[in-house]
Design a protein around this ligand. Structure first.
Ligand code: G3H
Ligand code: 13P
Ligand code: ZN
Length: 327
């Protein structure tokens, strides 16, 4: 038997509409931090409450499965209560990251998500429009916001030219937004997912994001919220700690903070960060395991990992995205 739908407002959540309006007006980006487990959720909420930032709690389809679809809304409801107790509350959205089907998006909306992404970027333009529109139609009636995507984020590319062909085509954005009615649009301007975003030769600098494409999109969609995926900086300090304590992350490299600051001041209203959180936690867990090999209480390694993630979240909100003191 199907469970009754849980409207996100019952969980104390908000959709992203007002968040983006304010971020656009005041020139910052709202952080979207991915999580899979309790410690990550706690750290994200604590970090955002302590820096007084709005936050988008972001869950991929596989993360939702990992946490369990029935348990997840209860965890998030608890996180909202924790934020309220700590601070008198910050705006919190729960967002499906890279949804790949109407069924998944619907299931998330019915279980309390306030925002969903339909990532149809691997399909043809027409199929992307069709699929995204089915989700928008369902979401709109429930006041849930929808993110679409145009352009494909490159993986690690050997050839710059092969990355170029995946960039968002500015001439497509008005038609896509007009036909689908999405509330925000993820674009591809040179970021990519994971910890290996560029293959650099010795002495070579990280290339600039394609701000020219972003500017062209801003001209075509004035005042419209843009989303940046694959925006981890792959914090060198955490990579170094991981390698020092037995890890093996060779030539991991991310997006420099200065480029993200520039994006956050533009129409980019949402910046997605997953890998940096994974690296922060892994660095601390490796350190504890190496320095205290007799330790076997999970709180003794997940606790320091959580503390490090709180620090990272506050640093991003204050120094990179500009979302601190905006809640
Ligand atoms: O963009 C993808 C996110 O980093 C989530 O990754 O599917 O491993 O949870 P995941
Ligand atoms: P990173 O791998 O750069 O953290 O990107 C995360 C992301 O885009 C989630 O959708
Ligand atoms: Zn992504």
């Amino acid at each position: 038997m199907m469970d009754d739908p849980t409207p996100y407002k019952d969980l104390g959540l908000v959709n992203t509409r007002e968040m983006f309006k304010k971020a656009m007006a005041d020139g910052y980006a709202v952080p979207a931090y991915n999580f899979n487990n309790m410690e990550q959720l706690q750290a994200i909420v604590i970090g955002c409450v302590e820096s007084k930032s709005p936050v988008i709690l972001q869950v991929s389809g596989s993360a939702r499965k990992y946490a369990d679809p029935s348990l997840l809304p209860h965890m998030v409801k608890g996180a909202v209560a924790m934020a309220k107790k700590m601070s008198g509350s910050i705006p919190i959205a729960l967002h499906l990251d890279h949804g790949d089907s109407f069924e998944l998006a619907k299931d998330c909306i019915d279980s309390g998500f306030s925002s969903v992404m339909l990532d149809g970027s691997h399909h043809s333009f027409d199929e992307n429009v069709r699929l995204t529109k089915t989700v928008v139609d369902y979401a709109r009636e429930r006041d849930v916001t929808v993110e679409g995507e145009l352009g494909v984020l490159a993986g690690v590319e050997d050839e710059v030219s092969s990355a170029v062909s995946h960039y968002t085509k500015p001439e497509e954005v008005e038609e896509f937004v007009g036909k689908t009615g999405v509330d925000s649009l993820a674009i591809s301007i040179g970021t990519s997912h994971g910890a290996y975003k560029f293959k650099l030769k010795p002495g070579e600098e990280v290339p600039s994001l394609r701000f020219d494409i972003l500017e062209e999109i801003e001209k075509r969609l004035p005042g419209y919220p843009i989303v940046l995926h694959g925006a981890s900086s792959v914090t060198p300090e955490h990579v170094a700690l991981i390698n020092r304590y037995g890890g093996k992350l060779e030539s991991a490299v991310g997006i420099p903070a200065e480029q993200l600051r520039r994006a956050a001041r533009s129409a980019v209203c949402k910046i997605n960060i997953d890998s940096d959180g994974r690296l922060a936690m892994t660095a601390m867990i490796r350190q504890v395991f190496t320095e205290k090999p007799a330790e076997f209480d999970p709180r003794k390694y997940l606790g320091p990992a959580r503390d490090e993630l709180v620090k990272m979240v506050k640093h991003k909100n204050i120094n990179v995205l500009g979302s601190a003191h905006q809640a």
